[in-house]
Write a new protein. Structure first.
Length: 239
């Protein structure tokens, strides 16, 4: 009987051993689980410390200004007001108009160059009775460059150009002479030079009577005293 009992108890011992191992495993798992939360917290702290810190952006100074996103970062853009836009548009239009006007002005300047319009070379100077004997008429000096002098016998027309350097002398009635303001040349009423650097007398112009009885002066024909041309009948008008 006893031998059989021994064989029957062997499985029971084996089972007891397996149960002891399982229980020991469970206790180990429980102890390990109780220790794991501390390890997890430590690992999380280490991971957080390794994460790169993201810089916090500074608050915008002017939050009303808009940002234009053009990739990384942004730039502040001032809002354009309607009044400012129209003022700039007006300035641009005025500048364009001025430039266009200047351009066309230059073109017109080349199309119409300056032309010197000289007075008529042949003109009528009134009737002989319009001139007083012994007087010098300066009425035609500025317009035609002529002095008309009437003596007791004749009327002649003198040039207002000084024979020195081409200045315009003045008639000095009180001194009864033509005096050049440039270099002091002096001419008598007849046109003969007598003082200053003028090398010769004043020139005369052709003078005649027109069909209507008026004095006709032709500046294209000149008569010089030093050449004896004052004796020419066309250099004076007999009255």
């Amino acid at each position: 009987m006893f031998p059989m009992d021994k064989h029957k108890n062997i499985p029971n011992d084996v089972n007891n051993t397996e149960e002891n191992e399982q229980s020991s495993r469970q206790t180990d798992e429980i102890s390990s689980d109780s220790a794991n939360p501390q390890m997890d917290s430590v690992d999380e702290q280490n991971l957080d410390s390794k994460k790169p810190e993201v810089p916090k952006g500074e608050p915008e100074k002017n939050p009303s200004q808009k940002r234009a996103s053009i990739g990384k970062g942004s730039i502040l853009v001032e809002p354009i007001k309607r009044r400012s836009f129209f003022s700039w548009l007006t300035l641009a239009w005025l500048a364009f108009t001025a430039a266009t006007g200047t351009f066309f002005g230059i073109i017109l300047r080349f199309m119409f160059p300056n032309v010197l319009f000289e007075p008529k070379q042949t003109f009528k100077a009134g009737y002989p009775d319009d001139y007083t004997i012994g007087e010098v008429s300066t009425n035609l000096k500025n317009k035609f460059g002529v002095w008309i002098i009437r003596s007791t016998e004749q009327i002649y027309a003198l040039s207002t150009v000084c024979t020195h350097l081409g200045c315009t002398p003045n008639w000095l009635k009180n001194e009864s002479k033509f005096k050049c303001p440039c270099h002091g040349s002096g001419f008598r009423k007849t046109g003969i030079n007598f003082e200053g650097p003028a090398p010769r007398p004043l020139e005369r112009f052709r003078i005649s009577l027109a069909n209507d009885g008026q004095i006709l002066i032709d500046k294209t024909k000149k008569y010089a005293y030093e050449k004896g041309q004052w004796k020419d009948p066309e250099s004076y008008l007999i009255v």
